[in-house]
Design a protein around this ligand. Structure first.
Ligand SMILES: [Zn+2]
Length: 156
């Protein structure tokens, strides 16, 4: 499952990438381009724009789009979790949260100069983004995000 996220629901990007779903952010003005891109790349559109839902590619079912009801990102995520079977297909810790690139395993030595000393002492597993070189590890911030996600599953 891949997504294209409209600018009006941009907070969903990080959650989706955290779960390992290939997700692009659409910031353009022309909605028609977003729908075409969704068709070409087999992406589900996430939006709060009712106009998108009336486009022919969407009404005909060739492009799947989900209209999010709430302005609140957590409620949007809950709506998504009940609409799609995200949990079964989630692969957390596989995509860069910033640029959507697939993460690669990195050795402790590789990341030595790029993580804080206390992290280096306590964490043994790292992954790295080949695009932006950001290093990820299963630290407190990451675990807190997963914990929030777990709560959203339970309330979905
Ligand atoms: Zn990156």
């Amino acid at each position: 499952m891949n997504f294209i996220v409209d600018h009006n629901v941009g907070k969903l990007l990080r959650w989706l990438r955290l779960m390992g779903f290939n997700s692009l952010f659409f910031t353009g003005e022309d909605d028609g381009l977003m729908v075409k891109q969704a068709l070409a790349e087999d992406r589900i559109i996430l939006t709060r724009d009712t106009g998108i839902m009336k486009r022919r590619l969407v009404t005909s079912g060739r492009v799947k789009a989900i209209l999010l009801e709430s302005e609140d990102p957590e409620r949007q995520m809950r709506q998504l979790l009940s609409a799609l079977d995200l949990k079964a297909q989630a692969r957390p810790f596989t995509l860069c949260l910033e640029d959507n690139a697939p993460l690669l395993a990195a050795s402790k030595e590789d990341v030595k100069d790029r993580v804080p000393p206390y992290v280096f002492k306590t964490q043994t597993q790292y992954v790295e983004c080949p695009a932006c070189r950001r290093v990820y590890w299963r630290g407190t911030h990451y675990l807190a995000m997963l914990h929030r996600l777990e709560k959203m599953y339970n309330n979905a």
